[in-house]
Design a protein around this ligand. Sequence first.
Ligand code: UT7
Length: 330
Amino acid sequence: MKKTKITGVGYYVPDNIVTNKDLEKYMDTSDDWIVERTGINERRWVNEKIGTSDLAVKASEKAIEMAGLTPKDIELIIFATLTSDYNFPGSAVQVQDKMGMDTIGAFDIKVACSAFIYGLSIADQFIKTGQVNNVLLIGAEIQSTGIDVSTRGRDMAVLFGDGAGAVVLQATDGDSAILSTHMHSQGKFAQYLWAELPTSLENPCMSHEMLDAGRQFPQMNGREVFKNAVVRFPEVIMEALNANNLKVDDVDLFIPHQANLRITQFVAKRLGIGMDRMYSNIERYGNTTGASIPIALSEAYDNGKINDGDILILAAFGSGFTWASAAIRW
Ligand code: UT7
């Protein structure tokens, strides 16, 4: 049976840098509070009319070029995002159109911070069954236009950033491949990290009153998210290691979803490893939700932190709750 290899990576973040000091102008917060609780110094927020699919195209162009392919070679697009250009259809079809691809299958998955790893798992199944050979998997978000940039929304607003990452996945007979993926969910905690509107539970699904009450903005119980994240990350990482008879020391680089530097440090401690083997860029980009792992993966590759034959573990936790991991031999 064929296996699935990542043959191209690429990322793109908007030029506009928003520092913690900048946020002090819009809400009652401080650089000290944000750095101490999250490790974030700055994030990128779009400052022009541009869609999530536009960020995605820029990341995808790099990934497709690195793979030595053209957009016409792509047979399936999977787009991990919470913030598609429109409520529907999803942004995968925008990418299909903007990149001049054939009328291939293209769909979005809405699994928040775990969506990129869920997407890897889906792509892996499509390739292993022989249905397609070349998949474009994107994680991209524009969070900045959907959050409450005021003191009311400060717990969320300081965390999130915009950006895009993409990978090309191809069928291979070699040893460099996705070794395993594992996915989990626990919907009873859905309202610990969610955005309610538009909601099918109400008629109409959105009203002026609902908007005035701020029900369109993401809401979070930060402490519960934190508490669950620091348990689920190590658990799902160990699941990936055990499934492949690997030990923590066999792993060259862990690439976790960039939720909060404190969570990442906690996980590193639990695993008994130094931060040198735990990739982190949240200081510069904040939490970019579905985009955070592909951005980190691409950046780590560009910085020479990933070499042929390396063992990588990707892991994510977020809204749903959902959590997931992937083991990869590069
Ligand atoms: O991808 C998954 C996404 N989410 C996460 O990973 C988030 C996980 N959770 C966290 O990272 C942390 O819970 C936060 C960083 C969000 C918050 O840290 P915390 O230590 O749990 O703070 P808290 O929510 O308990 O709030 C402590 C205080 C509160 O004030 P009072 O009630 O003590 O007077 C908040 O109102 O900090 C206040 N606060 C802020 N102060 C300044 C909340 N947000 C801010 C802010 N600036 N941005």
